[in-house]
Design a protein around this ligand. Structure first.
Ligand SMILES: *Cc1c(COP(=O)(O)O)cnc(C)c1O
Length: 448
């Protein structure tokens, strides 16, 4: 299957190229040329299928033409080594818990799937040279990518993060891993980290001496696998006899997760309508209301993984519905919540129903509580484990939020990171030096 660019000014790409390049030449996002409809038989028996079986059917529809069946099955099964259960919160609101993966947030699935698919293509090329993934992070993306790529042969990951600006929990998830993961602690801001990565991709000398790629969330291999979640949610709701008038609510920032859900809908998944829940960054909410898309600088909130002022996947949503505001607004509603409202949602939900929400999931829950109609059943994504935001959650709910063993283990690990100035020349020299050591970059044990 070929992939076209949302900007329509770049040549069609194979899946292989789309995964390795990430962004099209015209800076547009890749979209598959066709979206396969899954047949009625599949939806009839979906309630009896496991998460892996369901996901494989979906992966086959996306990638089956381009990846051998056995390899694809292995990639899917390896990616989904954990469950995503649906849990009742009220009579008609259910939480889809997407936080049972290695870093306890939903980006784990896309990161792992992409790592495995990239490895498949590298092997197909017979590449013996190391491929280097550069990723800038303000916290959560770095941990998902680092853990997704951990131990994947032939690929080395460099995570650039701003010194002193990520939480201890987040930092421990990508600085304690070792192996093929190198954490780079930049004396600057997240924007400085992103600028270093961008300059690296544009630097001719660097690109001629090392193979560089990104693991950005706009990559088709990172966002499409998130569709698995929605098929599996439907399957669980159907098994409970609750799948009739299903409303799916996705806490959204860059809109990759909800775009994957919309792909599911286009493949025939019987979801009645969607809600995109925003924090105070309400660009999409305003678009639905007015028809005008006006990106802004992002505002800092307590649901910080959704602090996005120019959602990158908006272009994909427009493309899916041929720019029809009418069609988009009839399928998707919006919601926007201030920090105070998010805190109140966490407090109310815990007091009334005993369910602990994280600040992102809280937006999803509240949007359903506010907008669900008679006869509808709602499922919202709980996108991160509440313990990842335990200070905020404990303050709002006065509940004890124990740190899961997996998270505690990260926090006990030894921090290893490379201190880096924020100027590109230092970064470049260091990268070239690390490359000269035959794929064994120096690891300096940084002081905590
Ligand atoms: C990334 C993230 C989101 C937003 O997902 P998008 O795909 O960017 O819309 C929501 N919650 C958490 C916890 C996240 O890490």
């Amino acid at each position: 299957m070929n992939y076209y660019s949302t900007n329509k000014q770049a040549p069609l790409a194979t899946l292989h190229k789309a995964v390795v390049k990430g962004l099209a030449e015209d800076r547009g996002l890749y979209m598959p040329e066709h979206i396969k409809h899954l047949d009625k038989g599949f939806f009839d028996r979906i309630g009896q299928l496991s998460f892996q079986e369901t996901a494989y059917a979906v992966a086959d529809a996306f990638f089956g033409e381009d990846v051998e069946a056995d390899a694809l099955r292995k990639i899917v099964y390896d990616t989904l080594s954990f469950d995503c259960p649906v849990k009742p919160v009220t009579d008609n609101i259910y939480s889809l818990e997407l936080f049972h993966g290695p870093t306890l947030a939903f980006k784990d699935v896309g990161a792992r799937f992409m790592a495995r698919l990239l490895q498949y293509f590298i092997r197909q090329d017979g590449l013996h040279e190391q491929v280097n993934v550069l990723v800038a992070t303000s916290g959560d993306t770095g941990s998902a990518v680092a853990n997704g790529f951990l131990g994947v042969e032939g690929i080395h990951v460099y995570v650039l993060y701003p010194k002193g600006k990520v939480s201890h929990i987040q930092e421990s998830q990508f600085t304690t891993l070792g192996q093929n993961i190198t954490a780079i602690e930049v004396d600057g801001t997240f924007d400085d980290c992103q600028a270093l990565v961008k300059s690296a991709f544009m630097d001719k000398e660097l690109n001629s001496s090392m193979k560089l790629t990104s693991a950005n969330s706009i990559n088709v291999a990172r966002f499409l696998p998130q569709a698995f979640y929605y098929f599996y949610a439907y399957s669980q709701m159907k098994a409970m006899g609750k799948a009739n008038q299903l409303v799916v609510c996705v806490p959204s920032g860059n809109f990759g997760n909800i775009t994957a859900a919309l792909f599911g809908h286009a493949m025939g998944l019987p979801i009645k309508r969607f809600i995109a829940a925003n924090n105070a960054n309400d660009i999409f909410y305003q678009y639905l209301k007015t028809g005008n898309y006006t990106p802004k600088a992002s505002r800092q909130t307590i649901a910080n993984a959704m602090d996005v002022g120019a959602p990158s996947n908006f272009a994909r949503i427009l493309d899916l519905y041929k720019n029809s505001h009418r069609q988009i607004a009839s399928l998707i509603s919006g919601a926007t919540y201030t920090d105070d409202q998010i805190i109140k949602a966490m407090a109310d939900c815990y007091q009334q129903h005993g369910y602990i929400l994280d600040p992102h999931g809280a937006c999803g829950y509240q949007a359903l509580a506010d907008q669900l109609k008679q006869g509808e059943t709602g499922v919202f994504c709980e996108t991160a484990h509440p313990a990842k935001f335990n200070e905020t959650v404990e303050k709002a709910t006065h509940a004890d939020v124990p740190i899961p063993g997996r998270l505690a283990a990260f926090m006990k690990g030894k921090k290893q990171s490379v201190p880096m100035r924020r100027d590109f020349e230092s970064f470049k020299l260091w990268l070239l030096g690390s490359q000269a050591q035959a794929g064994h970059p120096t690891e300096t044990g940084g002081s905590v």
